[in-house]
Design a protein around this ligand. Structure first.
Ligand SMILES: NC(=O)c1ccc[n+]([C@@H]2O[C@H](COP(=O)([O-])OP(=O)(O)OC[C@H]3O[C@@H](n4cnc5c(N)ncnc54)[C@H](O)[C@@H]3O)[C@@H](O)[C@H]2O)c1
Length: 371
């Protein structure tokens, strides 16, 4: 059993590195994980040098953390601030346009660094704006939700929603650094915290059975946001994600396993209306469906499912989709998912505890059986 340990961070020594070295260029980048990093002028100074900044956040986070980050950026630096409306329903072309228009009106150049201060929504929009601003600018992720710290800020998937579905417009664009201030989680609401926990337990299921057991054993400490458990959990998730992304940056293969529960989850989010179910809540219900199918196929024991259900209930996460989600509704919604290939829906199932695989042959009756 791996034990929690305090993650120590200094500027020259990131907690985790995402290795993306190729013959053409080394695009590896550091993930810094520690408390109070938003106030760490030395860290931000070393990442930015004298470069200008376009800082993107939302109207909730700006109240909480904008002054702090603004102060650390210094009075001499050119800094523009874009404040977006808060919510998944605003992860749209309009918000993306708002960021680009502000950057253009304020005459930023390609050397400007975009900073995403917020959860996954701000991170995804800002990353996509950076990917396309003057054909590509650097950006730094400053994730402030658990979900963003363990998942969305790492790996370079950026994008926005379309009325036709989640994240249908976007680009792969890696940040130059991730600055993960664990103290920001103190202001995060319980519902949002739990939504992040859904992605956390996913890593145990797909990649590390010891971590899964650790989470099951430490659910209450995690729920109480015990700093030691939280620091270990965030770092372990980032390590797993960094490892998977390093091996398959553009989801040609292994990276797809990170989508456990997401094919079903995206369908739930879309059908309920973006913002009704939090992303992590939909993933939780989707993950239970995928785990039930894995149990029915004999790949994992029903004990794993039982542990998963108890764990999710501890965080008040949904363990099943809404009753309006029939097999037909699922199939129709999933046909529009990005993961469809040659008209076939791709599912992620567990091959054993700590291992997952992409599967294309889940039948309607298997889906019906887990509703
Ligand atoms: N790019 C990826 O690889 C990837 C992976 C997973 C999810 N996502 C995307 O991430 C999004 C979900 O991200 P999320 O769960 O972070 O949601 P979010 O960004 O909407 O944040 C949730 C809520 O918490 C608030 N908030 C954020 N930090 C806070 C803090 N420290 N204190 C108080 N309030 C705070 C936000 O303002 C918001 O109201 C979805 O759009 C999903 O598609 C992307």
């Amino acid at each position: 059993m791996q034990r929690p340990e305090t993650i120590k961070v200094n500027v020259s020594e990131p907690s985790v590195t995402v290795s993306l070295a190729s013959e053409k260029a080394d695009r590896s980048y550091p993930i810094y994980i520690d408390k109070d990093l938003l106030s760490n002028a030395q860290l931000l100074g070393s990442l930015l040098g004298e470069r200008s900044v376009c800082l993107v956040t939302n109207d909730t986070l700006s109240e909480l953390y904008l002054d702090r980050v603004r102060a650390v950026l210094g009075a001499d630096r050119k800094v523009s601030v874009v404040i977006l409306a808060d919510g998944e329903q605003y992860k749209t072309l309009t918000a993306y346009d708002q960021v680009l228009t502000a950057a253009l009106e304020e005459r930023h150049e390609r050397s400007t660094v975009f900073i995403a201060l917020g959860g996954g929504v701000v991170g995804d929009i800002t990353g996509f704006a950076a990917a396309t601003f003057l054909r590509g600018a650097d950006f730094i992720q400053m994730p402030t939700t658990l979900l963003a710290q363990v998942d969305s800020s790492v790996g370079g998937k950026t994008g926005i929603n379309h009325a036709m579905g989640k994240n249908l417009i976007g680009a792969f664009h890696q940040p130059i650094a991730v600055v993960c201030d664990t103290a920001t989680l103190e202001t995060l609401g319980d519902r949002e915290f739990s939504a992040g926990v859904a992605e956390v337990i996913k890593y145990g299921l797909i990649a590390d059975k010891d971590f899964f057991r650790f989470l099951i054993d430490n659910a209450v400490r995690l729920k109480n946001r015990d700093p030691e458990v939280l620091a270990y959990t965030i770092a372990r998730c980032c390590e797993i994600k960094a490892d998977v992304v390093s091996r398959d940056e553009r989801e040609g293969g292994i990276r797809a396993i990170l989508n456990l529960g997401h094919t079903f989850g995206h369908a739930i989010e879309k059908e309920q209306g973006f913002g009704q179910w939090l992303h992590g809540e939909a993933v939780a219900a989707g993950m239970v469906m995928a785990t039930k199918i894995s149990v029915a196929r004999g790949s994992i024991s029903s004990d794993v499912l039982d542990d998963l259900l108890l764990f999710l209930q501890c965080f008040d996460l949904p363990c099943e989709p809404p009753s309006s989600m029939t097999v037909e509704v699922f199939l129709s919604a999933m046909q529009g998912d990005k993961k469809v290939q040659s008209g076939r829906i791709r599912y992620i199932l567990l091959s054993s505890l700590g291992d997952a695989a992409v599967v294309g042959d889940v039948s309607e009756s298997e889906i019906a059986a887990c509703l």
